[in-house]
Design a protein around this ligand. Structure first.
Ligand SMILES: Cc1cc2nc3c(=O)[nH]c(=O)nc-3n(C[C@H](O)[C@H](O)[C@H](O)COP(=O)(O)OP(=O)(O)OC[C@H]3O[C@@H](n4cnc5c(N)ncnc54)[C@H](O)[C@@H]3O)c2cc1C
Length: 410
């Protein structure tokens, strides 16, 4: 028998749980579908602290942050399907699920996509050299270490300075491994400043910017690798190649939103975020399908994930219960140093405020963030420093948004 829910949330990480809770508060009948054995998503393996400072006002570990939401989901008796993977979503919002009971279809008044990200692997960046054991994505090493109790190596090099790589540099050190070096292709880190300080500087772990790996050495296990500085076109300068002995390489070279379920559906996607294009309610171009969290765009702070998911969940409930209709929208464009801004569309309307999140494409000092509506400045803020690793937020007054919006640096 096909079941029907007002809101089906795909993914039970922090985004999925916050979306489900806000949809429930609106009076919707909600189902969370999670492929793992428990709720919590990636937070279950993030045993370090630093979560929840903004959203909860306390410094929690990942599992503690997740647990706050799990307890709320349980106390509200929101339906949860665990060990259940959504394999297909149709345009009329039928959700097909492979679960312990078999293959089931659930009809949804609205769907919230909250499937998170997966990591880019060695294959995706084509590291030259042998194909030795000892090469892991940083997230996989984090899972093996924090959830399974395995130390993946003793002498470690990390490629990429994304937050997971930085966190793992500290974790491997605390677990007794030596982290020799962090190599970053770009002239700046893609991680949070606080993680550079707390995870590298505090442990005297060196980072070399504008450097990359030129060759892996070792068979069957990694015994070392060559690395070199890169020129302005990011090509390695081979004459300056150096060798470092190591038995493990951790890759922290980017996250890819898990949007495979949207393949074949008519959903407008952003080539910059690899997530859907959404309006201020986080509704995608497919009516009744909403997106939030890392599947929409990669977040550095889970606090922002929870806030965004609340918008998506509440809006999904409104849509399912007939209180929200899609209408004419105004576009939000990112130019002149701003890599992307989100939401990319804002529905016309006069009331309240709307938060616009954005990331810059390089490190900028002393720039002004300017927002223009049809060429007229409606917002301006001076900044000391802007970096690609830190997501920025501006709050706009809806009444000011009378035409197309442009976010730029001047
Ligand atoms: C490997 C990794 C490590 C990270 N480590 C840190 C860290 O140390 N510190 C930090 O601040 N941030 C970290 N992050 C960022 C972190 O992901 C976000 O802050 C936040 O957890 C994102 O929440 P989310 O709910 O969007 O995604 P997730 O937490 O990834 O949750 C998505 C959930 O959706 C489920 N799912 C996916 N597809 C399906 C499907 N088809 N059917 C059913 N269920 C599905 C997944 O199993 C998962 O539980 C990490 C991210 C990754 C990928």
């Amino acid at each position: 028998m096909t079941k029907r829910y007002d809101v089906v949330v795909i993914g039970g990480g922090p985004a999925g749980m916050a979306a489900a809770l806000s949809a429930f508060e609106k009076g919707a009948k909600v189902l969370i579908v999670e492929r793992d054995v428990r709720l919590g998503g990636i937070l279950n393996q993030c045993i370090h602290n630093g979560f929840g400072l903004h959203y909860i006002g306390e410094e929690l570990t990942g599992p503690e942050y997740a647990d706050r939401f799990v307890k709320l989901v349980e106390s509200k008796h929101i339906d949860v399907m665990l060990e259940s993977m959504v394999l297909r979503l149709t345009a009329d919002r039928k959700v097909e699920i492979l679960c312990p009971q078999g293959y089931v279809t659930v009809e949804a008044g609205a769907v919230v996509l909250a499937m998170g990200c997966r990591e880019r692997t060695a294959g995706a960046i084509a590291v030259p050299g042998t194909r030795p054991a000892g090469v892991y994505t940083a997230g996989m090493a984090q899972k093996l270490c924090n959830m399974k109790g395995y130390l993946v190596g003793k002498k470690v090099v990390i490629l990429g300075s994304g937050d997971i790589g930085l966190i793992m540099a500290r974790r491997m050190t605390l677990e007794g491994a030596e982290v020799e070096l962090v190599l970053e292709l770009m002239p700046y880190s893609s991680g949070l400043k606080r993680n550079i300080v707390q995870c590298l500087n505090d442990y005297d772990i060196p980072i070399k910017y504008a450097h990359t790996i030129t060759r892996l050495v070792g068979s069957p296990r990694l015994t070392g690798l060559y690395y070199a500085p890169v020129d302005e076109n990011r090509n390695p300068i081979l004459e300056q190649e150096q060798y470092v002995e190591c038995d493990t390489l951790l890759l922290s070279v980017g996250l890819i939103p898990e949007n495979d379920l949207l393949n074949g559906l008519d959903v407008e996607m952003s080539p910059i975020t690899s997530g859907a294009v959404v309006d201020q309610n986080r509704m995608t171009s497919l009516e009744g399908v909403f997106s939030c969290g890392n599947v929409l765009h990669v977040h550095d702070l889970v606090d922002n994930v929870s806030r965004e998911a609340e918008i998506a969940g509440a809006s999904a409930a409104d849509y399912a219960m007939g209180a929200l209709k899609s209408g004419d929208t105004i576009s939000v464009k990112a130019v002149d140093g701003v890599r992307y801004a989100l939401p990319q569309r804002i529905a016309k309307g006069n009331e309240g405020k709307v938060d616009v999140y954005f990331r810059v494409g390089d490190v900028y000092k002393g720039k002004r963030i300017v927002v223009e509506v049809d060429g007229k400045e409606v917002y301006s803020r001076k900044t000391l420093i802007l970096a690609p690793g830190e997501m920025e937020k501006i709050t706009l007054t809806r009444a000011d948004i009378t035409g197309d919006v442009t976010v730029r640096l001047v």
